[in-house]
Design a protein around this ligand. Sequence first.
Ligand code: SAH
Length: 358
Amino acid sequence: MTDISSKDINELKEYMTSIGEKPFRARQVYKWLHQNLSTDFSEMSDLSKALRQKLSEEAYITVLEPIDVQISKEDETRKYLFRLPDDNLVESVLMKYKFGLSVCISSQVGCRMGCAFCASGIDGLLRGLTPGEMLGQIEAIQRDIFREAAVTVPKSDSEEYSRNRISHVVVMGTGEPLDNYDNLLSFIRMLTDENGLHVSQRNLTVSTCGIVPRIKELAEKKLEITLALSLHAPTQEKRRKLMPVANKYDIHEAVDAMKEYQEKTGRRVTFEYSLIKGVNDTDEDARELSELLWTGAHINLIPVNPVKERSFAAPTREAAIDFQRKLEKFRINVTIRREMGQDIDGACGQLRRRHLER
Ligand code: SAH
C-alpha cells in the first residue's frame, strides 16, 4: 500500500501518472487530503467513483487518532497524545497566543540524543516519523479545532476560518528533526504548500540539538524558517555533561554553523537555554555565554521542567529574571519563555511515558 499522505505535490503527480491517471488529479487529491483534511477517499467528490475505488485499494491515508487530550485550565494549552498507524504514540501541543494558534509537533518516536534533562530520550529512538505523520499531528488538531468552532472546509476567506486556523508550527516536541532530515524537508514542503494548510515558512521554527553538517546543509536550502539551537550550557565542558551530541560536534562548531545559517538565510537564529538550578545559572555562566555568542544574539530561557526520572530543578522566577538581566548587560537579547500548560504533563515526552508505564 502506498502512503499517499507523505507525498508532496510533485511526488503525487508522479504517483498519479504511475497508476494511469492524469497528473492534474494530484492537485485535487492533495487539496482533499491537506486542505479539506479528508480522512477517506470516498469524500473526494470531484474524483470518479472508479478512481476513488482504485485509490482505496492501492493507497492509505495516514490519520492520527487522538487517544488522550489534556486541556490546561490556566491558558487553554492542549496536549494531545496520538496513536500512529503502527500503534506507536506521539505527543503534540496546541498553544493559543494572541497572534494565533501554534502547534508543537514531534519528529520521531523517542529520540537517540540522550540529553540528560529530557524525558523523550529515556528509552532511545524507535523510528523517525514520516512526513505524513508530522503533518498528521497538525491536521488532526486542525480538524478538532474546526469541528469545535463549526468552521466548514473547504477553505474560505471568512474571518471564522482565519481565526481558527493553525498559523504557527514549531518542531520542538519529541525527537531530533535533523536526525530525520529528508522527511523533515518533505514535511516543510507539504506544510507550506498553497494547496494544503499553507503555513508560511516564516511561521515555522525547527529546533535542533546541534547536528552540524545538517545545519550547514539546511543553510544552503535558503529557506525562510527559523532555526533554534538547544544550547543549554556556555562551555564545551559543561555542555558535554548535559548533551552527548556535544561529544560529536563541539559547541563552537555548532554556534558557528548557526551563524552561517543566519548569514546565508538572513533569518535570525535563536538559542534555547534550559535553566537548571546550580548547573548552568551562575554569574560565570552568564559571562561565558556572552563570550560564546555575539552582541544582539537571541536566547530563550526556559526554566527546566523537572522530569521524575531526572534530578534537575528549576531556579526560582527571581533567579531566572536575575540571569536574564545579567545577559542583557552583555547585550544579549533574552526572553523567558512563558510557561504554558503548567498544570498538564509539561515536559517533552512525559504524557507518552505515562501511557507506556500503564
Ligand atoms: N531535539 C530538538 C528538539 C526537541 S526538544 C532539540 O534538541 O532542540 C525541544 C526543546 O526542549 C529543546 O531545547 C530541549 O533541550 C528542551 N527540553 C527537553 N527536555 C526539557 C526539560 N525537561 N525542561 C526544559 N526543556 C527541555
